[in-house]
Design a binder for this molecule. Sequence first.
Ligand SMILES: Cc1ncc(C[n+]2csc(CCOP(=O)(O)OP(=O)(O)O)c2C)c(N)n1
Ligand SMILES: [Mg+2]
Length: 343
Amino acid sequence: MVAERTVPKFDRSSIKITKEEGLMLYEDMVLGRLFEDKCAEMYYRGRMFGFVHLYNGQEAVSTGVIRALRRDEDFVSSTYRDHVHALSAGVPAREVMAELFGKATGCSKGRGGSMHMFSAEHNLLGGYAFVAEGIPVAMGAAFQSKYRREALKDNNADQVTTCFFGDGASNNGQFFECLNMSALWKLPIIYVVENNKWAIGMAHDRATSQPEIYKKASVFDMEGYEVDGMDVLAVRDVAQKAIARARAGEGPTLIEALTYRFRGHSLADPDELRSEKEKEFWASKDPIKKLAKDLTNMGLVVSEELKAIEEKVQAIVNDAVEFAENSPEPDPDELRRYVFAED
Ligand SMILES: Cc1ncc(C[n+]2csc(CCOP(=O)(O)OP(=O)(O)O)c2C)c(N)n1
Ligand SMILES: [Mg+2]
């Protein structure tokens, strides 16, 4: 096992957060966790099919970045590990679960399944089964915001685009091409690499000549940060700075969040390649427990309030399953609908 990277220091005395914000972050992360746990249960009960990639362990990245955005205005581009990004972006749990069940009420009308969450309403640009495929799509979204603002003089076009992908994806050519163009045109985009150390069974350090991904920003003359991806307050801090820069027209940022997935690559993965020692190391950094501790230590919340949120979220997740189960299958006569955009 390669030695773990040292996470950058985060000056906790600089944290500015209200009780409402703290509880919102906690609820978002708990929703991500309990939703995914329920997916695992439903998958093993044969209620959903195909590959299902869960996000457990990485919640601080989705919540820290996406909840710092303007919901339904800014854009989010995801990967095949997309359920929790969709939830943070505001897609209702019912619609994400129904999509996983392949039902007509799903956010992609049951045509997409686990890897293809999409919502025009919530500016979710999609999940993508092909590694790195969302990167140029996200760049296109950022380009159109800039074009509308500068060429068409639309002052309301100050949206920021966030683009999530993994350490493995950062070795794909599209990553480098898009970093170059985004920096050249100062696009309002934030690339968020969720470095969870593994690309299926390939360890990042075995596949990558320079494993510190954030450093790759510098050759494109763009800002690059590494952040503790298990600390939602640290992620939020970096994201807020990057969002402010992007919105002010100061260009793109690359954020490398050091994180870990608590489950196998997909629910079909027996997860035999990662050492127990490594898994234990990261389990001890559970981002939800960390936020609970931080909020309690700051005197913002008491444990009963956190417990109440967990119960509320569990009810939302249970309701999502009930909704998905009772929803209709897509009508075979409508097979060709939604292939192209409809009014
Ligand atoms: C273009 C392409 N090549 C290969 C694959 C097979 N594949 C699926 S996931 C994956 C690993 C990607 O790892 P990473 O980017 O680190 O994301 P993570 O699964 O860790 O979230 C690979 C190689 C694919 N889906 N698309
Ligand atoms: Mg990875």
